[in-house]
Design a protein around this ligand. Sequence first.
Ligand code: FAD
Length: 517
Amino acid sequence: MNTIWHGNGTVESTGQEKGESLWIQKQFRYADQGAKEPVKRPVLQEDITTDVAVIGAGLAGVLTAYMLQEQGFSVVLVDYKTVGSGMTKNTTAKISSQHNLIYHKLLTYKGEERAWEYASANQKAIEKFEEIISRQGIDCDFQILPSYIYTLDNVLKIEQEVQAARKVGISAVLAKETTLPFQVKAAVRFDHQAQFHPLKFLDAVAKQLTVYEHTHVTEVRDDGTVVTEQGRINAKSIVITTHYPFINTPGFYFFRMHQERQYVIALEGEDIDKKAGLGGMYLDADPQGYSFRNFKNYLLLGGAGHRTGKSNPPDAYVKLEEAAGKWYPKANVVYTWSNQDCMTPDSIPYIGRYSANTPNIYVATGFNKWGMTSSMVSAMIISDMIAGRKNEFQKVFYPRRLMLSGSKELLKDAAVVTINLLSEHLRITHDRLRDIGPGEAGTVLKDGMKIGVYRDKYDKYYFVTTKCPHLGCSLEWNKNELTWDCPCHGSRFDYRGNLISNPAMRDVFDACQRKKK
Ligand SMILES: Cc1cc2nc3c(=O)[nH]c(=O)nc-3n(C[C@H](O)[C@H](O)[C@H](O)COP(=O)(O)OP(=O)(O)OC[C@H]3O[C@@H](n4cnc5c(N)ncnc54)[C@H](O)[C@@H]3O)c2cc1C
């Protein structure tokens, strides 16, 4: 197996930036659209008024804005980077109502009515994708395919899921044979699911909307004011689709979610052409297993998941490459990337009113790595709510629901945060700066303060403060991606201290570095 490109920037470069997904490669994103470059959109620089302000232009924000606009509302969508620059650019883009083995869990802990709502909402989301794509003639490599969750050891849990899915109206099938390059014990198959190129779809929908890019929202007020660094938006309703909500109180989402990362490699070559035309999408029921899907003549293999900032595997891409090498020895790794998502204790997203005290502010978050259909479900529910209509599926996604079924997960999350906060000042990994080797990182005491240090292979040192600006947790070094990651809520920063992903709202430059700037 040949590795052309590694996520950490080693080995030969093919001109890509570090860890860029296949979706953002120009030849796939723009080639069929006659455009070679992304659309340039304005920065908000004045005060404006609109019916609805949507904050965050990932799939959830774009679809919500689109559905509201279709219903006659004036809508403004803002993003602090660009359309599709968040988690949506790094997904594997399976459009499926098959969210791991969720239906048995839902029936057990939430009852038949809530389980039916979840299934029906996600099935309807697939139909809605199909309808928008076909009505608008969107070229986004959309393909209808079956989706499988397989097991290598536990047939019973697959059988239970088949029964549970059938009970809530999905015609699930128990499969013993698959097109995977190894024998499985059993699999549950859902027919008429889909896959697509997420950014081609997003670009086509977003070009119909009023979007301001590079517009950082710093505050949202109860009176309908959205404050950005340059201008303000006065809106009757506000929708927060920033992946992880950046407002801590009210809402307290930080108390009810953590983030998990996962890694993806794209393979090509003779083996893939011959053996890996899967004709379906696959995921192992075991969280340590693998995910498979095709895109054109590539195979996307995902896995090596873990909680962001905790148990960072030093060799996530190596693990994926070794697995690929076993099944496809003649394949080449051509793209590698990673992504993370917000995980809720009961595996159900939070979609609806942000809090009891903010009737005109809405939220869509906690997609548990199933954000394609969850984004569409968010758009359907929130647009109904703003239009004053009752949505028949909204109850199961109610953001302030009781979490009895997820109480163990909630306690686990609380324990991670408490231990981290208590030990923030204790974990100093090196006595002296020079003890940190080239290409390594660690923490040292400087003027009585704990700081994080990355020493590059040319002996240049980069300093950060390791206290996360979100809620003060201690950042952990991620060797795979040369980043500082927060184990509590999942904020991430590059080795220079620049913010990569929220809920933190600012960078973590070390104080002395800031003075020099
Ligand atoms: C490895 C992996 C594979 C996955 N594969 C699948 C899959 O196959 N199918 C599936 O359904 N799901 C999948 N997911 C999940 C899916 O990718 C996400 O749930 C989804 O992309 C989230 O979309 P979003 O719109 O909520 O967030 P994002 O795409 O992150 O959008 C949020 C936007 O908000 C902006 N923003 C943030 N803060 C501010 C602010 N203060 N002001 C202005 N803008 C702001 C950001 O710039 C960003 O553009 C996967 C997840 C992982 C980790």
